[in-house]
Design a binder for this molecule. Structure first.
Ligand SMILES: [Zn+2]
Length: 261
């Protein structure tokens, strides 16, 4: 299994690795900082080149897809054949796309936590993109006042600038201590013996008690202030007891308005 460097350091955007295996246009490395699609977060993109290679000789590629099954597969695009097994390569993650995914993913944690805390609504699904996102929650119906309150509370957390941290925890300890409304440990395959825990810091007056603690393998910002202003853009029903809440970051709404103008 490829060592996934982003689980330990999600600020790492450049790494060296060795090609272990190739399959048509897909390549497996011994280690990677590229995030594979999963947990509602899209894959990273970026570039790959041979260490000390000559770019004009075709020793570079674009990383256009990253998927995880038995291990992590990087789909490459470029003029040259994919690098052979044993080749030393440098990977570079597209920083802006990753940063936006991390901002939306952290916003999703805030939204899930506050819906549980203030509406007793458990998150049932989520999907983020580089410029918008949605989250599904077990709730009958959010009205306009609810949505306004959700947006206001989200932005209070952003303004607060709460720290976001991660660490690994033994599965048995996680089963004993994690809130099962926040993390469905029972749904994880038995093969998973260690969980990555992500915490959003609590009230500054009670620094030892986090606001939210959940198991998540995604990428996040280090401080909620880095998310920037969040706008709840709408809702729709997903059935009798399920609601979908749509949200976007204010700078992305501005960009779209500019594009449409
Ligand atoms: Zn997450």
């Amino acid at each position: 299994m490829t060592e996934q460097l982003h689980l330990v350091d999600d600020d790492l955007l450049r790494f060296e690795a060795t090609v272990e295996r190739t399959l048509d246009d897909r390549v497996v490395f011994d280690r990677t900082a590229f995030y594979p699609t999963g947990g509602g977060q899209p894959h990273d993109t970026g570039t790959l080149r041979v260490v000390d290679g000559d770019e004009t000789a075709g020793d570079s590629w674009r990383v256009v897809d990253v998927a995880k099954s038995d291990t992590v597969y990087h789909t490459l695009a470029g003029d040259a054949p994919v690098p052979a097994t044993g080749t030393r390569v440098v990977g570079e993650v597209d920083a802006e796309r990753r940063r936006n995914h991390s901002r939306y993913h952290t916003a999703q944690h805030l939204l899930s936590a506050l819906l549980l805390e203030e509406f007793d609504a458990r998150t049932t699904g989520n999907q983020l993109h580089h410029d918008h996102a949605h989250l599904d929650a077990a709730y009958e119906r959010f009205d306009d006042d609810d949505l306004a309150r959700i947006e206001r509370r989200l932005n209070e957390f952003v303004t607060d600038g709460r720290p976001v941290t991660s660490y690994t925890m033994d599965r048995a300890e996680a089963e004993a201590t994690l809130d099962t409304d926040r993390t469905r440990i029972d749904l994880l395959p038995d093969s998973i013996t260690e969980l990555r825990i992500v915490e959003v810091g609590g009230d500054p007056r009670h620094p030892d008690e986090p606001y939210d603690r959940t198991a998540c393998a995604g990428t996040h910002v280090d401080d909620t202030a880095e998310i920037g202003e969040i706008v709840v853009t709408g809702r729709e029903t997903k059935g009798a007891d399920e609601e979908r809440v749509r949200f976007a970051l204010a700078d992305h709404l501005d960009e779209r308005a500019d594009t449409n103008a």
